[in-house]
Design a protein around this ligand. Structure first.
Ligand SMILES: Cc1cc2nc3c(=O)[nH]c(=O)nc-3n(C[C@H](O)[C@H](O)[C@H](O)COP(=O)(O)OP(=O)(O)OC[C@H]3O[C@@H](n4cnc5c(N)ncnc54)[C@H](O)[C@@H]3O)c2cc1C
Length: 418
């Protein structure tokens, strides 16, 4: 499927068609098709790797300001001290050396979709035939919340260690308040997993404190059986779960969180703000004209934007209704990479793509649960829909699942970055 000959590939290149150079240009003279990817998380790293792997004649540049990617996956275990930052820090060396991805250590600041150029903070101009945006998420501001002081740690990195410091600061018998934004947000089970691990840490440190969970949703969003059981049995008397609790503001000096119906004092806190597509998605006009739109509308056959042609959006920024997970970002990246390779060969995208998501959640220091689902393209609606009977959660957290979690994460990290 991917052994397209070079002439066919060059003839189908958008750049050549656009300049009318097709008949006058021999393959040897013509420039290779150019793909620029913005953002080197699970989505961006995977699409860059797979486009190069499936057709090395396509030039791929990956724009990412950080020297490596710090994975949110397993980051709650850095908070508890079970693993170190090195376990979740993934480098771009293999993308460069094994697959020939051009790593541009810079931040993309704007896009000119007419001239098809990306501008970077350091003043570079990167021309593209196809652009893939994978910038992750952005956060709403909450009055009084300074995330440098009270880290949300929903983007792993320095904030992960700052959250660990919050946890370590809880005095004996103290109260840790955490909040969960309205769905959809990154990693549906992630906040409930964090609540369990906060409670587990307090118990193991014999601090007999409390974890108050303020959930803006009306019920547990993911793995309700697992988390209700954990809250009511394993962590009875420690976790105090309060649904329909939307954080309106934070009073840092007075150490209080104000919700839609109460004011909650804290010793330490973790407020996770409401989320939307990464900043550049909105700045590039990819959300369309409705200001209420938070995630980029795309065609799930190729992840091409429904608003701006030749720009594709994958990972947490896209708005197809599929869960926002690293596993899903990796799956979408492969569908997108396949569509790009086919596009440059003058072919249509796969008419029936499938994706999947898996999340492992540590529930205690030695047990974990899991959640999985498969999505398929529904031609009648043009949407990705869950495949019947594939949505499943582990019957109970076990030590075996805890061990499997590391194997699953290792595979996902390798498939995306190595
Ligand atoms: C606590 C927690 C636990 C989780 N557990 C799981 C799990 O068990 N399973 C699972 O599948 N998922 C899990 N996730 C979710 C997963 O981490 C995200 O869904 C995934 O990281 C999304 O990948 P992404 O590539 O879209 O975004 P990101 O990983 O956020 O990557 C975006 C990248 O874009 C870069 N970027 C942004 N703007 C620009 C710009 N202008 N120019 C250049 N680069 C830019 C950023 O630096 C970043 O590297 C978890 C998340 C959390 C918070």
């Amino acid at each position: 499927m991917f052994s397209h000959n070079r002439r066919k590939l060059l003839q189908a290149s958008g750049a050549l068609v656009a300049t009318g150079a097709l008949s006058a240009t021999t393959p040897a003279q013509a420039a290779a098709p150019r793909v620029v990817v913005i953002g080197g998380g699970f989505a961006g790293a995977t699409v860059a790797k797979y486009v190069r792997m499936w057709n090395p004649a396509i030039q791929v540049s990956l724009v990412e300001p950080n020297p490596g990617h710090v994975s949110c996956i397993l980051s709650n275990l850095v908070m508890t001290g079970a693993v170190g930052m090195s376990t979740i820090t993934l480098r771009y060396d293999n993308l460069r050396s094994k697959y020939g991805v051009n790593i541009v250590a810079d931040r993309a600041v704007s896009i000119d979709p007419v001239s098809r150029v990306v501008l970077t903070a350091n003043g570079s101009r990167l021309p593209y035939d196809k652009l893939v945006l994978a910038p992750g998420i952005d956060f709403d501001s909450i009055p009084g919340l300074d995330s440098a002081v009270l880290p949300h740690a929903w983007q792993a990195g320095p904030q992960t260690l700052a959250l660990k410091a919050q946890l370590d600061s809880v005095p004996a018998g103290g109260t840790f308040v955490m909040s969960i934004p309205k769905a959809p947000y990154r990693c549906p089970p992630g906040p409930y997993e964090r609540a369990c691990l906060l409670a587990d840490s307090l118990l193991r440190r014999r601090r007999a404190g409390r974890v108050i969970v303020l959930d803006a949703n009306s019920d547990v969003v993911a793995e309700p059986h697992t988390f209700h059981t954990a809250f009511q049995t394993t962590y009875a008397g420690v976790i105090d779960y309060r649904p329909n609790s939307e954080v309106l503001s934070v009073d840092w000096a007075g150490k209080k969180v104000v919700t839609n119906w109460e004011s909650v004092p804290f010793d330490a806190a973790n407020i996770i703000p409401p989320q939307r597509a990464g900043k550049l998605v909105a700045a590039a006009g990819l959300l369309g004209s409705d200001p209420a739109t938070r995630w980029a509308p795309v065609n799930p056959l190729s992840y091409e934007s429904r608003v701006v042609p030749n720009v594709h959006v994958i990972g947490d920024s896209q708005g197809t209704g599929q869960p926002k997970s690293g596993h899903m970002a990796n799956a979408q990246a492969k569908v997108c990479a396949d569509a790009l390779v086919r596009y440059f060969a003058g072919e249509q995208p796969d008419p029936a793509p499938m994706t999947s998501s898996a999340c492992y959640s540590p529930i205690t220091a030695t047990t974990a649960s899991w959640l999985t689902v498969v999505f398929g393209y529904d031609a009648a609606s043009g949407l990705m829909k869950p495949v019947a009977n594939t949505l499943a959660e582990a019957p109970a957290p076990t030590a075996g699942h805890y061990k499997d979690m590391f194997g699953w994460a290792k595979n996902l990290f390798a498939d995306s970055f190595s």
